[in-house]
Design a protein around this ligand. Structure first.
Ligand code: S3P
Length: 261
């Protein structure tokens, strides 16, 4: 058996080599981003991640530490995504739009794709008030909820590189738009009233639509809000008939284009 000092020296050498390899890998990530930008390739390529995982699965098959090593690989991938997101976006990504436009779904997907932190203004309010949105509306009324929403946005104004999913009515107040603009690129997600109805019809968590679950009402309210949504937005993405991945890819492409201007 080797002496303990010798084993420890070997471990230290492994750590050193691992760190050197990780730094080399990070530099490659930087190069990949630059290459994709220059050649107009999609930033998100989940099939490449799947290919890498398959290749590693193959190499590690039968290895006693297969599970642990795959876990480490998961961390490395997450770190790469973070580096990628940091290189691409210095701002927050604030998602706005009508109920059912896909803000939460897109936010969850972006979170995984870019390993960015995600916050929802509605969730912040529910946590702070200790009750559901519908209960806040019922107990204190809409103006109280809107004040909570403005406070949540103020709380977020000094954050950076976070995905902020805003409640559907958040940008109806100009002060909220001003506060969001301080640190965020604002992305408007849109969908036709028919698509919206399809997406929200089974939800009883949207007090604004209680008793009005129909296309006519949705179309009317959407039209009333349209100007504010469009004025607040830096970027607009139509979500009808698109997969979440397609939406995220378009969103990232548009944001990069904006950063480059
Ligand atoms: C609202 C939208 C909801 C929530 C509240 C009011 C609105 O958020 O903030 O029920 O006025 O459009 P979602 O857009 O996430 O459903």
């Amino acid at each position: 058996m080797r002496e303990i000092d010798e084993i420890r020296a070997d471990i230290a050498a492994c750590d050193e080599e691992l760190m050197r390899l990780l730094a080399r890998r990070m530099n490659c990530i930087g190069e990949v981003i630059a290459y994709k930008k220059e050649h107009g390739l999609p930033i998100l390529q989940p099939e490449q991640e799947a290919r890498q995982r398959r290749m590693l699965d193959e190499i590690l098959k039968g290895n006693p530490y297969e599970e642990e090593q795959m876990e480490v690989f998961g961390c490395i991938l997450k770190m790469s995504k973070k580096v990628q997101a940091k290189a691409l976006f210095t701002h927050n990504i604030a998602l706005i739009g009508f109920m059912g436009a896909g803000k939460s779904t897109v936010s969850h997907c972006l979170k995984d794709m870019l390993a960015m932190e995600e916050v929802e203004t509605d969730a912040m309010i529910v946590k702070a008030e200790g009750m559901a949105i519908t209960d806040i509306f019922a107990k204190y009324g809409e103006p109280y909820f809107r004040n909570c929403e403005s406070n949540a946005i103020i709380e977020l104004q000094n954050r950076r590189q976070v995905i902020i999913s805003c409640g559907g009515g958040a940008v109806m107040r100009d002060e909220n738009v001003e506060n969001l603009k301080k640190g965020s690129r604002i992305v408007l997600l849109t969908a036709a009233p028919e698509t919206i109805l399809e997406r929200v019809k089974d939800s009883d968590e949207r007090p604004i639509l209680n008793g009005h679950m129909n296309v006519e009402y949705i179309a009317q309210l959407m039209e009333k809000r349209r100007e504010k949504y469009e004025k607040a937005a830096d970027i607009k993405i139509v979500t009808d008939n698109k997969s979440v991945m397609e939406i995220c890819e378009e969103l990232i492409r548009e944001l990069i284009r904006m950063e480059e201007q």
